[in-house]
Design a protein around this ligand. Structure first.
Ligand SMILES: [Zn+2]
Ligand SMILES: [Zn+2]
Length: 295
């Protein structure tokens, strides 16, 4: 069995950027309700706020000062803190993989600008922290949120040790930005407009590329705004997410000893999040808690 860390803080649940992070608290509570946190190989961490200095490695001082003046400062600190802590624990070997609940997003955050419920870029802050403190170099970021990860793309551009595979095509901010033909480490692909098609697209574009790239660690930007009752591509059912998780976990197992950080902002209705999250922890930690359930 794998050791899985779950990172959450009430500030992220109660102070979430509401419309975009609809059900963070319910997503976490569903883990308690389904008892997946009671397994000894599932370790709960209360997220700590990120150090401003760590954020400053990726973001401009004037942007940090600006965010400080918004209502999203505290929730941003705790959301980034969870991602940094998860990176640290995975690279220390304390846990194999992690599920991190954020109250804000991250992939639309540039160095000195952001939009769409994002303020700071969690994956890029994690990568910077990992490189500085653990000497690891290569990272894969898999982004299955509806929207194009424009902030991540701009911050990672020119860095050939970061593989950024982003599913965003045919949707606002995606291929319209003309980035489909970036270099071989910066790629965008289309979403599938059904569970089956989405899984097929991810299977086609992710495992082979990531295994060949050989990252030290994988971040999965797990946006649920692709859910049929959310505000994005709105075509997937909640049943798709554990299957996606299974595929990405297997990829991590083969590519980098299972080192995987799943970062979510729970941007789907509570009932969909409550279905997906316990099953994702089940898969990450190889619990078999939901074994036998028809899918
Ligand atoms: Zn999105
Ligand atoms: Zn994209």
């Amino acid at each position: 069995m794998k050791r899985t860390g779950v990172f959450y803080h009430d500030v992220c649940g109660k102070g979430a950027y509401k419309t975009l992070a609809m059900s963070v608290e319910e997503g976490f509570q569903s883990l308690e309700r389904e008892n997946v946190l009671s397994y000894p190989n599932v370790i709960f961490y209360e997220s700590k706020p990120a150090d401003e200095e760590v954020i400053g490695k990726v973001h401009a001082e004037n942007w940090i000062s600006y965010v400080k003046g918004t209502p999203w400062w505290e929730v941003s600190l705790y959301s980034m803190g969870g991602a940094v802590q998860a990176t640290e624990e995975v690279l220390r070997g304390k846990i194999d993989n992690a599920l991190v609940f954020g109250g804000v997003g991250g992939h639309h955050a540039h160095s000195d600008d952001a939009w769409g419920g994002c303020y700071f870029n969690d994956s890029m802050i994690g990568i910077h922290y990992a490189r500085e403190n653990f000497g690891v170099k290569r990272f894969a970021i898999i982004d299955t949120d509806t929207h194009h990860g424009d902030g991540t793309r701009s911050l990672a551009s020119g860095d050939e040790h970061i593989l950024h595979i982003c599913f965003c095509g045919s949707f606002f901010g995606g291929w319209m930005s003309g980035e489909k033909t970036g270099d071989r480490t910066k790629l965008c692909f289309s979403h599938g407009f059904s569970d089956e098609k989405e899984l097929e697209n991810v299977k086609k574009e992710v495992p082979g590329r990531v295994e060949e790239f050989k990252p030290d660690l994988i971040y999965w930007v797990f946006g649920l705004d692709t859910h049929k009752d959310s505000y994005g591509t709105a075509t997937l059912t909640e049943r798709c997410y554990p299957k996606l998780a299974g595929m990405i976990k297997e990829t991590a197992d083969r590519a980098c000893d299972g080192r995987l950080i799943v970062k979510t902002a729970c941007n789907a209705p509570a009932w969909a999040t409550a279905y997906a999250m316990p099953r994702i922890v089940d898969l990450l930690a190889e619990l078999g808690h939901f074994a036998g359930e028809s899918t």
